[in-house]
Structures are given as structure tokens and as C-alpha cells.
Design a protein around this ligand. Structure first.
Ligand SMILES: [Zn+2]
Length: 267
């Protein structure tokens, strides 16, 4: 780990808040060995600004800023490799994002699963809407047979074998993914003090085709005056990034180990 003045300053700031210190104490870098790679996906970019609010704040910029701060946090607090789908203001298709992520399904030994975190901001017609929500992919088929039936019924449609395989893969890690999402959401609420809009399921492309526990975080609403002010400031962005980072490391240190032991993935 390379400690810069920024890291030291960030760590000092972190430890001014007693709750944050408590949250991180049991999870030192040495205990994070079970996570393969953290793939961080800053939503939108380049020609796609995402949501743009009346004050001119662009979602793609907030997403990238938080993504970079999250990268710095994970690299500062652990030895876990971090991969960014983008680290500049560039356009990527959803396919390109998941293809890149799927190059890092696990660590080099192939035993330690990775996680995928896609970062976004919300927008709503209701200017009073506030809060963070964490999404997992929500499928409709309930088992392998149903998936086969769906595949047959879907012949000639957009659904392909890729879809079936991705669906089965997602089902196998659904509980683990849910645990990951709950950790992220809980930390956003407790650590970054964002209103709780809960863990939700939705048909997100990047969540479906990424082959590891994947969540999509909606950090807050750019359409709300107070929330957008926080989303647009470095202090607000850092609090959100740190909350996600704490959740990622806690997930790697706790849930993933338990899951690997239960499933015999650690031989
Ligand atoms: Zn978005």
C-alpha cells in the first residue's frame, strides 16, 4: 500500500467519527484476502451524461468522482486489486462494462470471487424524493426448469443461451449478492447518513451479465436541492465512497468466507 498525504488525511478524518472507527476495527487489511477483485463501474460517461439537474450537475461526473474515491479507499485499506470500467469521462456501452468485469470473475488462482459495484445517481419528478437505494438483479424464472421453459418459449426472441447461463449463474449467487447489497445499503444509511430507500430488485443489464455478486447503487437524488448539494461536493462524495468501501471490505472479510466454506469453494 502506498500511503500518500491524502490517504493519511483521509484516515485521520475517518477516525474523527467514532462510529466509523468501530465499523472498521475488526476488518484490518489482512482479513480481506478472500475478495478477488473489486470492479467499480462509474455509470454513464462521455456522450451519455446520465441525469442532469437544474443546477447543471451531471450524473456522470458525480458517479466518476465517487468511483475514484471508492477506488482510493479500497486501495488504501486493503491489498485487493481494483479495476475501473472507466476512470475518465468516456463513453462505454453496457456490454463493454460487463465484458470488462467478466475478465475478473475471481482472483488469479480462480478461487476468490470478485464483486461488481455500479455507481449511479437518481432523478425523479418529485423534488422531495431523497435517499439511497441498492439494486440487485431480479429474475422472474424460479428454477432451472423454469429457465429452460423460458428459453424454449423465448426462441426467436432476444433471449439467448447467454441469457440462460447468466440467469443460472445469477441464481447460484443470489443469496450472497443480497448479503452484499444489504451491507452496502446499511453502510450508506449508517455511515453516510443517507435516507434509506432499501435494497431493491430490478432488471439491470450490468447486474445480469456480470458474473459475480453485483450491485447497482443509486447514491441519492440529483433532483432534490439538498441531496444534490451533497452529491456535488467532495466531502459528500467521500462519505458515500467510504460507506461503500467499508461494506465491500466487510463483505469480503465475512460473508464471502462463510459462503466459500459452506459451498466448499475453498479447496
Ligand atoms: Zn445512472
Amino acid at each position: 500500500m502506498r500511503l500518500t498525504h491524502c490517504h493519511v488525511a483521509a484516515l485521520l478524518l475517518v477516525c474523527l467519527a467514532p462510529r466509523d472507527c468501530l465499523a472498521q476495527d475488526p476488518e484490518t487489511a489482512a482479513q480481506h484476502a478472500s475478495l478477488g477483485t473489486v470492479i467499480i463501474d462509474a455509470g454513464h460517461g462521455g456522450k451519455d451524461p446520465g441525469a442532469v439537474n437544474r443546477w447543471g450537475v451531471r450524473e456522470k461526473d458525480v458517479n466518476l468522482a465517487v468511483a475514484l474515491l471508492l477506488r482510493d479507499y479500497v486501495e488504501g485499506e486493503s491489498d485487493i486489486p481494483v479495476v475501473m470500467t472507466r476512470d475518465t469521462d468516456m463513453y462505454l456501452t453496457l456490454d463493454e462494462r460487463t465484458e470488462l468485469a467478466n475478465d475478473y470473475v475471481g482472483n488469479e488462482a480462480g478461487r476468490q470471487p470478485s464483486v461488481f459495484v455500479s455507481i449511479h445517481c437518481n432523478a425523479a419528478a418529485n423534488i422531495h424524493a431523497v435517499g439511497a437505494e441498492t439494486y440487485v438483479y431480479n429474475t422472474t424464472a424460479t428454477d432451472r426448469r423454469a429457465a429452460r421453459v423460458a428459453a424454449r418459449e423465448n426462441l426467436g426472441q432476444d433471449f439467448s443461451l447467454d441469457f440462460i447461463f447468466a440467469d443460472m449463474r445469477k441464481r447460484a449467487i443470489a443469496d450472497l449478492t443480497e448479503q452484499f447489497a444489504v451491507r452496502v445499503q446499511d453502510e450508506l444509511v449508517a455511515g453516510a447518513h443517507v435516507a434509506d430507500r432499501d435494497v431493491r430488485g430490478g432488471p439491470f443489464y450490468v447486474l445480469f451479465f456480470s458474473a459475480m455478486p453485483s450491485v447497482l447503487v443509486e447514491l441519492g437524488f440529483l433532483t432534490n436541492r439538498d441531496e444534490q448539494a451533497r452529491l456535488a461536493t467532495v466531502a459528500g462524495q467521500r462519505a458515500l465512497a467510504q460507506a461503500i468501501g467499508v461494506a465491500v471490505l466487510a463483505f469480503g472479510a465475512n460473508d464471502l468466507d462463510a459462503w466459500q466454506e459452506a459451498a466448499g469453494h475453498d479447496e
